[in-house]
Design a protein around this ligand. Structure first.
Ligand SMILES: [Zn+2]
Ligand SMILES: [Zn+2]
Length: 190
């Protein structure tokens, strides 16, 4: 880690006081840090501690700071069909306006979508990053789009053993079959 520590708080909190109120000025930022919290869901997500890269342009505009860039991190999850590990690199676009309090929009009906509160000092990207990563994660992660899943009889991962069949009854099952066959006669006796 060669970059200097910015401050003590969350790495998602970006000080921007130096460019606030100076429309036209820009700052480019490139940071790597361990994710302070999980990004994503139980099915798939970026684990806390995984390295996150944040590449952003901060543009000072009349109403605040316009941010654009990407967040990149590796997500790990479980295949929704065979439960194998799924790893994918998430490159999530980030974009939005951190709006100064009291900023007046000319046309209220055309409210831009991605507007965040801004105190004039620090951009809090926690929510922005969380939403951007969540948008890129699949609802049902798959190890392969054609993953055949698990055998419904023995639970084997079919991608590892595509040809396997169950023509013969497993010895354990035949023992069970034998028990079942005995059961009615037992009932008759009692
Ligand atoms: Zn799978
Ligand atoms: Zn099987």
């Amino acid at each position: 880690m060669s970059h200097t520590k910015r401050h003590q708080g969350s790495p998602y909190e970006i000080p921007a006081r130096d460019i606030v109120g100076r429309p036209g000025t820009q700052r480019v930022l490139s940071e790597q840090f361990p994710a302070p919290a999980v990004l994503g869901t139980d099915m798939i997500g970026v684990a806390a501690g995984t390295e996150v890269s944040l590449d952003l342009s901060l543009d000072s505009v009349q109403d605040g700071i316009w941010i654009s860039g990407t967040v990149t991190a590796q997500a790990v999850g479980e295949c929704g069909r065979c439960l194998d590990e799924v790893r994918l690199t998430v490159v999530a676009p980030i974009q939005g306006l951190f709006e100064l309090p009291g900023a007046e929009r000319e046309d209220e009906e055309e409210e831009p979508e991605d507007v965040y509160e801004f105190d004039g000092e620090t951009l809090d990207l926690t929510e922005v990053v969380r939403d951007a990563v969540a948008d890129q994660l699949p609802f049902t992660p798959l190890c392969d789009p054609d993953c055949p899943g698990l055998c419904d009889q023995c639970g084997a991962r079919l991608a590892d053993d595509p040809g396997h069949t169950h023509e013969k009854i497993d010895p354990r099952w035949s023992a069970l079959e034998a028990l079942k066959a005995d059961a009615p006669s037992e009932k008759k006796e009692s």
